[in-house]
Structures are given as structure tokens and as C-alpha cells.
Design a protein around this ligand. Structure first.
Ligand code: AMP
Length: 397
């Protein structure tokens, strides 16, 4: 008789260490468990969503967190770059089995200027943009890019925070007053001094995103394009697939594949895109930003795709083959912001799948999502209307 082994197969990787413990970490852990992997989390909020799924270590317990895991990944992109670099180095010296995605992906994603510069370097189109470090440079940007323009912190902003739309010359003073501090690392948006970025304002027709996962052998699986609707800068819904975008898919696919290969990326990544018109009235896609992690616009894939973005991320991180990314049925993912709906009312809708994040209610906080996936696509819009009717926060829908 052999010694009892809780694991069905000989695994050299048993525990995945995740930097961050929010709902993304929670859903990664939920996908890892059926494959035989446990997750632990580095997170300062002890009652974070992921705490229901595995042990949480605070940043002061970094050494214990490192000791507890075999391979590492992240669910929070503002993770300190030094921690990621150290985990990468431990992996290179054979003490650990990997840090995915690699530090260079995080560095690019943490800085809008490097991000958009890399897109252009790789022939991926963006809106025109300029670096801005003073009020005079903001004025110069408004002359060169024209108005309106969008002024953003290049580091630290999220969910539309740290942005100002400069509509007229008179707005320049106000915009500088609100965001200028970020240049020296003051204010509450970023502690890292970094220039602002001025972007030409684009009248996009739709916002879409593409999600893909890259395995350790370099193979890539991409999901369909998804259409995203935002409410006050926060994602409200994702329609998967985005209707009428098949003509844009090859270019979006090429863009994310090029980025992932260039960054030697391993894991799931999202690329957010604007759909606009070129001078001939033809649809074009312009890259806005990447998320070097699983993404809110991919939550539909838990039920809506053959293999979810979470499971594929886990597979990539532990070195397993990736799964099929095809759609099962068209679906709509709806975020629940601020206040929970009545669960029985939600589940009375045909094809509704509820995912709570076990968070306390707080205005505009993402506390759950619901994926609608009736097996008859003709019922999808009706199901969405039913859901909107019972959501406390209707997000302008
Ligand atoms: P971001 O933080 O870059 O994802 O921007 C948040 C939201 O602001 C986007 O989802 C867009 O709706 C809008 N936005 C960002 N950049 C631009 C731009 N250059 N022109 C027009 N709208 C923008």
C-alpha cells in the first residue's frame, strides 16, 4: 500500500498564492479548487471576499504568504511592483515555480503613458495622446490635440477616477487644480509622482473588450468580443458576444495576441477598446488599456463560455493546457452596485446566475454580479428588463 495522499495526481504545485483578495481572487480560487489547487491571498482586509476560499495573509506576513504557496499570480494590478519582481526572482532561482503575469506586464499596465506608447510601438492604434507635467504643457496639449480632451492621471486611477474632460480653454485651470497634484505624487489618487496623460476625446460608438489567456508554452486562446456599458465610469453590463462585431474580431485578436507575446505574458488578460469611425466612415478599434488579470468584462464566461477566464488563468499559472473559449449561449453580465437585490426575485428570472462577493453594501461598490443566460437567445433582452426592474441601483439602464 502506498502512503495516503490527498491528491489524486502527483502535483508539484498545490497552492497558488494570489496578490489581492477581492472578488477576482475569490472567483480564481473557486475555479482552482475543482482542479485540485488551493489558493492563499496577500491582502490587508481580513474579511475580503477571498477569505471564504483560503487563508489571507496581511502585507506584514509577506514571508509566511510566500512560504505557503508554490506559484504566484495577482488579481489587483496596483500590487507593488517590488513584490512581483521578488516573486519572479524567487521563481528564476528555482525556489518557487513562477510569478504570472511577469513584472513587465504589470509595469506597462500601471502607467497609461507606457501602455499607450507600447500599443503604438506594436502598431496597435490608440487615440492621440501627450504627456503633461505642467499647466503650460496642458495648454500645449489642448492646442495640439484640440478640445475636448480627456486629462487622466497616468498612474493610480480606476473606474473613471482621476479623470477630467477639458471641454473649453476655461476648464484648463480647473483640470490642473484637480489633477495637477498627481504629477508630484500628492493627492489621493497616486503616491508615485508621474506625469498626466492628455488624450484626444473620442466620440466612440461602442466600448468593447477582448479577453485572452496565454499558456506557458505560448499558446493563446481568445474569447469573443464583449460590449461594455459604463455608468459614471463603472462597468454596468457586458454583452457577450458583442452583437455585430465579428468584422472587428480579427484585429482585436491580433492586438491582444501581439501584446501577450511581446510581454511574454502568462495568464488571462483583458484589452479594452473603443469602436470608432475612420475618415472613410469605416469602423476602427482603438486600444484604451489592458488589465493584466482576469477582468470584470469576462465574468460572463463562468457560465457563458466552455471554459471560464478564471479557470483558464489557473490552468495557465499552474502549467496545464488551456480550455475551449467558445460561447455556450449569448449572455449578459450585470454588475450589482451598492445595494443587493432580493435573491429570490433574481433567481425567478429564467437563466439568471447570481454571484455575490460577500461584501458590505456601500454606494456604487461592486458587490455582486448576475449573468443572464437563458437557453433561448430571444429571451435575453426580456430577462435583462426583468432584472433591471428589481435592481435597487439601476445604473442608468
Ligand atoms: P479609462 O479609465 O481609461 O477606462 O476611462 C474610463 C471611461 O472614460 C471609458 O470607459 C470611457 O467611457 C471614457 N473615456 C476614457 N478615455 C476616453 C477618451 N479618450 N475619449 C472619450 N472617452 C473616454
Amino acid at each position: 500500500m502506498t502512503t495516503a495522499n490527498a491528491y489524486p495526481v502527483a502535483q508539484t504545485i498545490r497552492t497558488i498564492g494570489i496578490l489581492g483578495g477581492g472578488q477576482l481572487g475569490m472567483m480564481l480560487a473557486a475555479a482552482a479548487l475543482p482542479l485540485g489547487y488551493r489558493c492563499v491571498f496577500l491582502e490587508d482586509a481580513p474579511n475580503c471576499p477571498a477569505s471564504l476560499y483560503g487563508q489571507v495573509f496581511s502585507s506584514e506576513q509577506l514571508e509566511d504568504f510566500i512560504a505557503a504557496a508554490d506559484v504566484f499570480t495577482l488579481e489587483f494590478e496596483n500590487t507593488p511592483a517590488e513584490t512581483v519582481a521578488r516573486l519572479k526572482q524567487l521563481s528564476e532561482s528555482g525556489k518557487k515555480q513562477g510569478m504570472f503575469p511577469p513584472p513587465q506586464a504589470l509595469e506597462v499596465a500601471q502607467d497609461r503613458l507606457s501602455e499607450k506608447s507600447l500599443f503604438n510601438e506594436l502598431d496597435i492604434k490608440t487615440v492621440p495622446f501627450m504627456s503633461v507635467s505642467s499647466k503650460a504643457e496642458l495648454k500645449a496639449a489642448s492646442d495640439q490635440l484640440g478640445l475636448p480632451l480627456v486629462l487622466k492621471t497616468s498612474r493610480g486611477g480606476y473606474d473613471g477616477k482621476g479623470q477630467f474632460v477639458v471641454k473649453t480653454e476655461a476648464d484648463i485651470t480647473e483640470a490642473w487644480k484637480i489633477l495637477g497634484d498627481a504629477v508630484s505624487g500628492k493627492g489621493n489618487l497616486t503616491s508615485t509622482p508621474a506625469p498626466l496623460i492628455a488624450e484626444g476625446f473620442i466620440n466612440f460608438s461602442r466600448e468593447v473588450s477582448i479577453i485572452a489567456t496565454r499558456a506557458q508554452d505560448g499558446s493563446i486562446r481568445t474569447y469573443d468580443l464583449v460590449e461594455n456599458n459604463h455608468h459614471t465610469g463603472i462597468l454596468a453590463t457586458s454583452h457577450a458576444p458583442a452583437v455585430g462585431t465579428s468584422h472587428l474580431l480579427p484585429e482585436a485578436k491580433k492586438a491582444i495576441e501581439t501584446l501577450m507575446t511581446h510581454l511574454d505574458y502568462v495568464g488571462t488578460m483583458a484589452l479594452e477598446l473603443f469602436v470608432s469611425k475612420d475618415e472613410n466612415g469605416k469602423d476602427v478599434i482603438l486600444a484604451n488599456e489592458i488589465a493584466p488579470r482576469v477582468h470584470n468584462s469576462g465574468h460572463w464566461s463562468i457560465e457563458g463560455a466552455v471554459t471560464s477566464q478564471f479557470e483558464n488563468h489557473v490552468r495557465a499559472v499552474v502549467g496545464l493546457p488551456l480550455g475551449d473559449t467558445d460561447n455556450v449561449y449569448p449572455s449578459v453580465m450585470v454588475n450589482v452596485l451598492g445595494e443587493y437585490p432580493n435573491l429570490a426575485d433574481v433567481l425567478a428570472i429564467d437563466g439568471a446566475h447570481y454571484h455575490t462577493y460577500h461584501k458590505e453594501e456601500r454606494p456604487d461598490r461592486k458587490i455582486a454580479h448576475i449573468t443572464l443566460m437563458p437557453n433561448d437567445v430571444a429571451k435575453l433582452e426580456g430577462a435583462l428588463e426583468q432584472l433591471i426592474a428589481i435592481l435597487p441601483n439601476k445604473m442608468g439602464l
